[in-house]
Design a protein around this ligand. Structure first.
Ligand SMILES: Cc1cc2nc3c(=O)[nH]c(=O)nc-3n(C[C@H](O)[C@H](O)[C@H](O)COP(=O)(O)O)c2cc1C
Length: 599
């Protein structure tokens, strides 16, 4: 019997979604030589989930540390606290921790610096080498005295000549503020040609493959990581690239996350240059302010910044704790939009001064918006919102209220609010682009037609659930074996975040005789984080990846296999894993257009 409505398909056989992970997360260690006198200790975190905004592609992550032995020995970074037992044991197999002379702290984020306290217990004399800001952060974090040396661009540390290899190791430092923490430094070993960059050039990808031997496999994660963490600091990326150009030839970029970059350096560095140049073309930008090491500010600001970037608008992250007054006043005063977190009700004197500078630098014509830092003892968000608008500024989006430790849906809401703001700033450009097509070409292009579909996606369970939906007509079958299709998804679509490589979604095929209501519903302008399925007849559990619309003619359960980056759309190629038709006598709704510069 042919079912006439997808509502009757809920028990139909199909490929069931893979069972969710129930086993405890897998953690392992990898120790390997990577160059003369140089060993890496990589902490492999196979299951670190995508709950954190930047862990987008479900491939886990790694935290990489390095031992460099000249006459003296330096350890570059450590690991996450969760590796305390195994990582320290692995280190001890390599060297007595008391014999390490220097600990280079590339930046103080806990996933790389979580074991510094443990190291100091074993070696209270170790000298911590870091940027001045990082040393201040560590003083607040460690609550114990330690020997330190503050370094900046151009400074060097002589490790001397390794007695067995005869290689001289001199570490030269490069300041790389904002990549992605304000306190970041890179270290270049003149003996091995390795540049240690910690977060910069990294990617969240867990495998035992030490190097970038298969660039295709890691490229989507490399791009996603850039978009989340580095893109909002594109100007700082370009500054760091300039500093790198002055170094002797770099043999390897030893990143803090993922495989080390050795075989395709030109590709990775070229990508950073192209992407960052594209994002910092002296246009209007949004200053997204945050407070390093306060509540969930760092992550929330990144989600907002990623959203703004999706709309092709410029963004600059500004740390209210680390920026000096002059820099802060300029970044805020020259911005077209300013986004601000709630700050502690009783800030320390320096922060109090920065907040004063920020408020004084705001300009009447700017867009402003605020978000909860969720730091525990914050100034109420409405107070912050009204201070931001005291000169009659326009509110870019409703205050983002976060009433609990941020969940996946909060990050999604922040990203969508960021995109709305980005679209406000790029509106004129978008309208101009739509008008710019040549008339005849435009009409000819308009003769391309497609079906009408609704793409739906839902990920995660319970509190960490995220979902989305969009109307699509730029859909085409793209392969027979395996069955595959493409959907062109505009870069600033809310649902784009749920269509990363490996993600599942459902393509709902609309019926010619019954599609107007669904179109009207899904084409509404939804506020950030809105439930797009409220009031719609959906069937859950039919297809992996998203709800099936009860009134659709057919559904296809798809898994994203590749993403091709077009100028204004991502071409998502997906393998179709399951599907069914409700009514084989009905036809697909078709979208006929007059012109090619609209859908
Ligand atoms: C007939 C029609 C077809 C569309 N097809 C596509 C499409 O193929 N790809 C796309 O990115 N957007 C397409 N859109 C636009 C989006 O469906 C819609 O504007 C979007 O859901 C709103 O953006 P948001 O989801 O990011 O809020 C289409 C819109 C219409 C009216």
């Amino acid at each position: 019997m042919v079912p006439t409505s997808l509502a009757s398909l809920s028990d139909s056989p199909g490929t069931s979604p893979p069972a969710g992970p129930t086993a405890p997360p897998r953690l392992s260690l990898q120790v390997a030589p990577i160059a003369t006198d140089t060993t890496t200790i990589r902490s492999l975190d196979w299951d670190r989930s995508r709950f954190d905004i930047e862990f987008g592609l479900r491939n886990g992550t790694t935290y990489n540390a390095f031992l460099v032995r000249g006459e003296k020995t330096a350890l570059i970074d450590s690991s996450h606290l969760k590796f305390a037992d195994t990582w320290l044991a692995a280190l001890e197999q390599q060297i007595d921790p008391a014999a390490i002379d220097h600990l280079i702290v590339s930046h103080t984020e806990p996933d790389h610096s979580g074991l510094i306290g443990h190291l100091l217990e074993r070696n209270p004399e170790i000298e911590i080498v870091a940027s001045k800001v990082a040393i201040q952060f560590l003083e607040n974090q460690l609550h114990r005295p330690f020997r330190s040396r503050a370094v900046k661009s151009g400074d060097s540390l002589e490790l001397g000549t390794n007695p067995s290899s005869g290689t001289d190791h001199r570490l030269e430092f490069l300041s790389a503020p904002n990549l992605h923490w304000p306190d970041t430094i890179f270290s270049f070993d003149h003996g091995s040609g390795i540049l240690y960059t910690c977060d910069a050039f990294g990617l969240h990808y867990c495998s035992e493959e030490l190097f970038d031997s298969d660039p295709g496999a890691i490229a989507p994660d490399f791009r996603f990581y850039y978009d989340c963490l580095m893109g909002p600091n594109a100007r700082s990326v370009l500054q760091a690239l300039k500093r790198m150009e002055a170094l002797p030839p770099i043999q390897t970029i030893a990143v803090g996350h993922g495989p080390l970059l050795r075989h395709h350096l030109d590709l990775w560095v070229g990508d950073y240059r192209d992407w960052s140049s594209g994002r910092s073309k002296g246009e209007a930008y949004t200053a997204v302010c945050y407070l390093s090491q306060y509540g969930f500010c760092d992550r929330i600001s990144q989600a907002i910044a990623r959203g703004i970037g999706k709309a092709e608008a410029q963004v600059q992250l500004v740390d209210l704790r680390a920026s000096d007054a002059q820099e802060l006043a300029a970044l805020v005063g020259e911005a077209s939009a300013v986004v601000v977190p709630t700050w502690p009700a009783e800030p320390e004197a320096e922060l109090q001064a920065s907040i004063g500078t920020l408020l004084a630098a705001l300009q009447p014509g700017q867009w402003v918006a605020c978000y909860d830092a969720y730091g525990g003892n914050d100034e109420p968000i409405d107070t912050v919102a009204s201070q931001l608008r005291s000169l009659g500024q326009k509110q870019a989006f409703e205050p983002l209220r976060i009433r609990q430790v941020p969940l996946a849906e909060d990050y999604q809401r922040c990203e969508e609010a960021g995109t709305d703001l980005g679209q406000l700033l790029t509106r004129d450009r978008t309208i101009a682009a739509m008008k710019s097509l040549d008339g005849d070409l435009d009409k000819a292009l308009g003769r391309l037609s497609g079906g009408l579909y609704v793409v739906t996606a839902r990920q995660g369970e319970g509190e960490s659930q995220r979902s989305g939906a969009m109307v699509a007509s730029w859909v085409s079958q793209a392969s027979f074996e395996p069955p595959g299709l493409t959907v062109a998804v505009a870069r600033d679509r809310a649902i784009e975040a749920l269509l990363q490589v490996g993600d599942r979604f459902v393509l709902n095929v609309l019926r010619e005789d019954n599609h107007q209501q669904l179109l009207r519903h899904f084409l509404r302008r939804f506020p950030p984080g809105a439930d797009r399925f409220a009031g719609v007849n959906t069937l859950d559990g039919v297809a992996a990846g998203g709800p099936v619309l009860g009134d659709a003619l057919a559904y296809l359960g798809c898994r994203v296999a590749q993403r091709l980056e077009g100028p204004d759309h991502w071409i998502i190629y997906a393998v179709v894993e399951q599907g069914n038709v409700a009514d084989t006598t009905a036809t697909t709704a078709v979208h006929h257009r007059k012109v090619g510069n609209h859908y």
